[in-house]
Design a protein around this ligand. Structure first.
Ligand code: HGY
Ligand code: MN
Ligand code: MN
Ligand code: MN
Length: 400
């Protein structure tokens, strides 16, 4: 087996973000294309048959592609300045697991595939799990094609420049029919396994989570020449939203609300902004809790905007229902892995998107820092190897 740690080391410099630290790898950018090419080489070196589907997801098949397959995989893109493991660990562990199975002479009884989903983080076009949502048909394909990146490039244009036909993007019945079960291995984004002193866990659930854009409009003006009484400064309600998000999160059970991105226009130091865009990420274990936070914050934003003579427009950019993974599959895998702990996750995943359509499970690998979406994200080589062996056991159990 080529260990996951060795495979990660081979791609370590790709998309390294000198300015922010960590990695910035976004769908179809140079770094992500380099990682796609690397993955195809690695898959073909393992006699896997590689195809790219209509939504730019990459599939590596052990034998003939077929229905009711056992599929594993994750993503290679990152958040801006993200860690080395979120996404790639699931992909390299799948390659290592294939090595383990081949070395023991395993022959799949069912089709088996490794998949790399496109734009899981939504780091370029703003909607997370874009590749798996398109495949599952849970995002309108026209809306997806029209999504724009910060430079104004549409997803359709980016697909075209990648050599894909954007008019074909959308629900992929054949791909969905082929997925019999999906298992995603992922670095834990939290400290659950550290506290339990275990290397691998099985996932129980994913929070209900979404992203909303609050666009505050005021009047651009001169920072020095404009009297306070004459201002309509959208930065005021924007700043109040940032603070209100934390307060709203405290008002629902296990709520989490974050503003990680705030963009003033035009963004000059001596300029009162004309508009300020604020992105809210809100999550909680129940759909009702997440919706309640967003309603509370929308009302507060309208009130704060009005007090400053500004307007606000709220747009829901993405939403994912709360996910409970298939309890039977979850418990079977936990038992198979020596009563591996069962942990919830606050992070969204492609597995969460597919869980509505096919029996789905997730494995987590210990992260000693518990930190994710930041350069401090980490997993020890030994734990990554334990994760790959656990994944091999699961694939053997499901496809053997
Ligand atoms: O945002 C998330 O939870 C995931 O990392 N895309
Ligand atoms: Mn992530
Ligand atoms: Mn991820
Ligand atoms: Mn001037």
């Amino acid at each position: 087996m080529v260990a996951p740690g060795a495979l990660l080391a081979a791609i370590d410099g790709v998309g390294a973000d000198r300015r922010r630290g960590g990695y910035s790898r976004h769908v179809f950018d140079d770094a992500e294309r380099q990682l796609r090419e690397w993955f195809v080489e690695q898959a073909e070196a393992r006699d896997l048959r590689v195809t790219t589907d209509r939504n730019a997801n990459v599939w590596a098949w052990w034998g003939e592609p077929g229905d009711d397959a056992v599929v594993t995989g994750s993503h290679l893109d990152s958040v801006p300045g993200g860690g080395a493991f979120d996404g790639p660990l699931g992909v390299v562990s799948a390659l290592s697991a294939v090595d383990v199975l081949r070395e023991r002479g395993f022959r799949p009884r069912r089709p088996l595939a490794v998949v790399v989903f496109a734009e899981e983080e939504g780091g370029r076009f703003g909607v997370p799990c874009l590749g798996s949502r398109l495949l599952a048909g849970t995002i309108d394909a026209d809306r997806a094609r029209a999504l724009r990146d910060p430079d104004g490039v549409t997803f359709a244009e980016a697909m075209r420049s990648f050599g894909a036909d954007p008019s074909r993007a959308g629900r992929d019945e054949e791909a969905l029919r082929r997925i019999g079960q999906f298992v995603e291995l992922h670095v834990e984004q939290g400290r659950g396994l550290v506290d339990l002193d275990r290397p691998v866990a099985v996932a129980s659930s994913i929070l209900a989570h979404g992203r909303w854009r609050f666009r505050f409009r005021g009047q651009g003006n001169h920072a020095g020449a404009t009297l306070l009484a004459d201002r309509r400064d959208p930065m005021l309600p924007a700043a109040q939203l940032v603070v209100a998000a934390r307060r709203a999160a405290g008002s629902v059970a296990d709520g989490r609300a974050t503003v990680g991105r705030l963009v003033p226009t035009p963004g000059g130091t001596n300029v009162i902004a004309s508009t300020v865009d604020v992105w809210l990420d809100a999550r909680s274990p129940q759909d009702a809790g997440t919706r309640a936070m967003v309603e509370e914050l929308t009302a507060a934003a309208r009130e704060c905007a009005g007090a400053e003579g500004c307007q606000v427009e709220v747009t829901e950019e993405s939403y994912g229902d709360a996910v409970r993974f298939d309890p039977a599959l979850r418990d079977r895998l936990s038992g198979l892995l020596g009563d591996a702990p069962v942990l919830a996750t606050g992070a969204g995943h492609d597995a969460g998107v597919l869980a509505a359509a096919v029996p789905t499970a997730m494995l987590f690998v210990r992260n000693p820092t518990g930190i994710s979406h930041a350069p401090e994200e980490h997993a020890e080589d030994d734990d990554c190897t334990a994760g790959a062996h656990a994944l091999a056991r699961v694939l053997d159990h499901l496809a053997g």
